[in-house]
Structure formats: C-alpha cells, structure tokens
Unconditional design. Structure first.
Ligand SMILES: Cc1cc2nc3c(=O)[nH]c(=O)nc-3n(C[C@H](O)[C@H](O)[C@H](O)COP(=O)(O)OP(=O)(O)OC[C@H]3O[C@@H](n4cnc5c(N)ncnc54)[C@H](O)[C@@H]3O)c2cc1C
Length: 450
C-alpha cells in the first residue's frame, strides 16, 4: 500500500558523497525517472584529484548508457597494449596486445584523467533538473527506521534533520553509514590495513619532452608496469597524451608513525626515491622530476566482506561496501556498476507503481535485488585484485619463478597473464558484464523469491 498523493517518481532519494559512486548513482536514478534526488557532500566542491584512472569497458558501457561517455572518452587515451617489466632491469617479462578488447566488448580499454571522469559525471548530473547538490555539508547521525534520516551540518549554518525515502551511502572507505549499519547488527566495522601505500604522480609533456625514453612512453598507447619485490609502478599517458600518469604501490612504512586513521600523508621525495632505488635509472629519472614537497602518499586499506550492504531503505555504494586494491583498476568501475544496478532496481518501483509511492517493504525488496546482483561480483573482484597484487610483488623464490615462466609462455601466446587485469579470462568476467542488462534480467526472477 503506497502513501497517497505521492507517486513513485517523487520518492526522495538522498545520496551521501559526490565521488564516482554518488555521482553515478544520482545520474542513474534521474535517468530512471526519479525527480527528487539530493547529493550531500562534505567537501566544498568536487575537488581536483590529480591522478589518472583506467576506464575499463564495463565502466564505459554504463557511462555511455547514462549519456556521459563521449566527453569523457574525448581526451582519454586508448590502451592498445600492456608491457610488464622487471623494475631492476627494464627487461620485458610479459606483453599483452589489447587490440581485441573493443571488438570483443564494444568499448576500448581507455585511460584518462580522474578530473575528466568526475567532471563528465557532474556535468551529466547538472543537466538533470531532478538532481540537487548540497556541497560543504557533512552527514552524521544516520537512523535507519522508521524511515531513513540523518543530520546535515553545513560549514556555515545550523545542523538540520533530513528524512528521506531512500538513502544511498556512497561515502567512501571511511563510511559512517557502514559503521552505523554494522553497529545495529552488532558487527565490527573492520577496515583493514593492507600494508600497502601508493604514490600518485603526473608529469607533463613539457617535463618529458627532451628525454627520448620518456617521450616514447608518453606517445605510446601503452600501460607499462615495472615490478619488483613488494612494489610496482604502473604508468600510462592521459589527457590526449599531454600528461603521463604514474602510480606506485609499495609497503606503507611511511605511515608507521601516523595515527591509524590517516589515509594520506605528505611524502618525502627522498623516501620515494629510496623505495625504488634498485629500479633502472630511466624509471627513477621520471620519479625524480616530481618537485620536492609535492609527493603525496595514500595508504591502501580494504574491508572484510560485509554481512549485508542494505538495511531498510538504506544501501551502501562503492568503496563504502567494497573498497578494492588498485591492482585490477576496478574500484571506481565497480562503484559505477553499483549505481547502474540501483538505477534499474529502483526504477522498477516507478514501472510497477506509477501512481502511488511504494511502501518501505517494496523499497527494501528492490535494494535487496541490488545486493543480490552486486555483492558477490564486487567481493570476487576485491579478492582478485588482492591476488593480482600478490603476484606482482613476489620476491625471489619458487612462486616468482613460476610467475616468470607464465610470463615467458605468454610470448608464445600460451597461458594466463599473471598481471590479472590484462588476462583474457579475467577480462571476460569483468568486461563482459553488462550491469544494466543483468539487473534488468535478474529483477523479476529475484524479486519474487525475496
Ligand atoms: C592508487 C589508486 C588507483 C586507483 N585506480 C583505479 C582505476 O584505475 N580504475 C578504477 O576504476 N578505480 C581505481 N581506483 C579506485 C577508485 O578510486 C575508488 O574505488 C573510487 O574512487 C571510489 O569511489 P566512491 O564514490 O565509492 O568513494 P569516494 O571517492 O571515496 O567518495 C566518497 C565521497 O563521500 C564524501 N563523504 C564521506 N563521508 C561523508 C559524510 N559523512 N558527509 C558528506 N560527505 C561525505 C567524501 O568527501 C567523498 O567525496 C584506484 C584507487 C587508488 C587508491
């Protein structure tokens, strides 16, 4: 039984967080026909994240359906090959030709600038009258019943209470909604250290132009990975090849003295150079371009699988429920898959109840279908990403010998790719998944069983 005089499309959908998960969720809900969507973001604007991001076909397929892919793809770079190299020698361990990706999955594997991805989603949201942004406002005190509510505290102004029909918590790895949900269940909020941290660096064409080795990297349609024990560097050109994006992973030793809640720290350049001291001079030369004082290091944390992603009319989205190590380049892609599925399952409420508001049980049922379609897949990728890191970071020994034998076999076109994001079987699982089609197909079947 619905609430009189309020149609499904008028359900109030509140979203916490304007990261990739929150922006994509808002857009997917607007495209599904909802007319009252509000995003609350603690930061005063989207912020500028100076880093690249891989734009895998499963992400591109959704962004295209949401009508925002073309401008994002416009300055992204097609990744046609990947080369995995020994950091200490620059010898090529393995090489994968990725020309088959587009004919197989309809979209190229592209690499781009995070700001372009976030900006493209934001522009898409701004074109929707249904979506309202409330920046500079921090959410606390989330309640799950009788209906979702929370306190919104603007930077300037008094706190106020918001009651909503649906709450989507895309509030990242430090999610306060996840913590509150787990508290209600009597479970532990278990953010775990991975022992790994990442430096993110962007070099401009101007900075690279006089070095033939660097220029060749910038001008190639190639993702290059240099590996060593417990660390690696991954790099690719972005922004129409005007920027070379370098991202590293290494032990998080520099956080030893930091409080356990610290996620980023101003890194020292000499410490960074020390971590990669045994990498070849050509690679170190690139790291050395970064001005002293501009090194920032991110601690990489994950969370053990949650008992549930939903409670009542509240659902977790993105890093809030499946923070993923970057080794598969799928964290944001999976947040965007969450969003696409939410658009489909919540959209069914409009299709099934066009003239009345669905009751809380029906909203909860739709969110449970979301969880069914998404949770196992996302958690599988979390584990696959961790395994990919373990394979990349092997020190001397039998396992490394076996890995390098697999890389060698690749040169004869045989066997799996130990760098899992480039493995055809892993790609089939990741890229071959059409989140919208799957959710659409699964809805009628699953909803009758819940
Ligand atoms: C080094 C590195 C490389 C990566 N590379 C890739 C890649 O190539 N491809 C890929 O797909 N993924 C990649 N990822 C993963 C990807 O960046 C994340 O998975 C993704 O950005 C998560 O998005 P999100 O929206 O879930 O969370 P976030 O981006 O963390 O957004 C959460 C938002 O919520 C806001 N917020 C939090 N709490 C509150 C509150 N209480 N009130 C109001 N607002 C709040 C925050 O300010 C923030 O804006 C990488 C990650 C790392 C660390």
């Amino acid at each position: 039984m619905g609430i009189p005089n309020k149609m499904s499309k008028n359900l109030k959908i509140s979203i916490i967080g304007a990261g990739m998960g929150g922006l994509a969720s808002a857009l997917a809900c607007a495209k599904a026909g909802f007319e009252d969507i509000e995003i609350f973001e603690a930061a005063s604007d989207l912020g500028f994240v100076g880093a690249g991001i891989q734009l895998a076909p499963n992400m591109a397929r959704i962004l295209d359906k949401l009508g925002v892919w073309d401008p994002i793809a416009a300055d992204a770079v097609v990744c046609e090959e990947t080369s995995i190299r020994q950091g200490s020698t620059d010898d090529e361990l393995g090489h994968v030709d990725l020309h088959y990706v587009k004919p197989t999955y309809q979209y190229d594997h592209m690499v781009g600038h995070r700001a372009t991805l976030a900006g493209g989603l934001y522009d898409g949201c701004k074109r929707e009258k249904a979506i309202k942004f409330t920046f500079g406002t921090t959410i606390t005190d989330v309640q799950f019943s009788p209906q979702p509510s929370f306190t919104a505290t603007p930077r300037k102004g008094e706190p106020y209470t918001v009651e909503t029909d649906v709450l989507l918590a895309a509030d990242g790895i430090k999610s306060i909604v996840r913590a509150a949900m787990l508290r209600e269940l009597g479970a532990q909020d278990d953010v775990q250290d991975t022992g790994q941290a990442a430096y993110r660096i962007m070099l401009t064409r101007e900075q690279m132009k006089d070095d033939p080795y660097m220029l060749a990297l910038l001008d190639a349609n190639k993702v290059t990975r240099w590996v060593g024990p417990k660390r690696h560097i991954i790099a690719y050109p972005i922004s129409s090849k005007q920027i070379y994006n370098i991202s590293t992973v290494q032990p998080d030793d520099n956080f030893a003295a930091a409080p356990s809640a610290t996620y980023t720290t101003k890194g020292s350049k000499s410490a960074m150079m020390e971590v990669f001291a045994d990498f070849v001079p050509n690679v170190k030369k690139m790291l050395d371009i970064v001005p002293d004082g501009e090194v920032c290091e991110w601690k990489l944390r994950v969370h053990s699988p949650l008992p549930t992603w939903i409670r009542g009319q509240v659902a977790l989205v993105g890093d809030a429920c499946h923070p993923t190590l970057p080794h598969l380049a799928q964290g944001a892609a999976q947040a965007i898959e969450d969003a696409a599925v939410l658009g489909v399952v919540l959209g069914k409420l409009i299709i099934h109840n066009p003239n009345s508001t669905p009751n809380p049980a029906e909203i909860n049922q739709a969110l449970r279908v979301y969880e069914k379609v998404r949770k196992e897949r996302a958690e599988t990728l979390v584990e696959t990403a961790a395994a990919a890191g373990r394979a990349m970071h092997l020190g001397e020994g039998k396992e490394k010998e076996e890995r390098d034998r697999q890389f060698k076999a690749l040169k004869d076109g045989k066997g799996p790719v130990p760098d899992k994001w480039a493995d055809a079987d892993v790609q089939r699982i990741i890229y071959g998944f059409d989140a919208v089609a799957e959710a659409d197909k699964a809805f009628e079947e699953l909803v009758s069983k819940l």
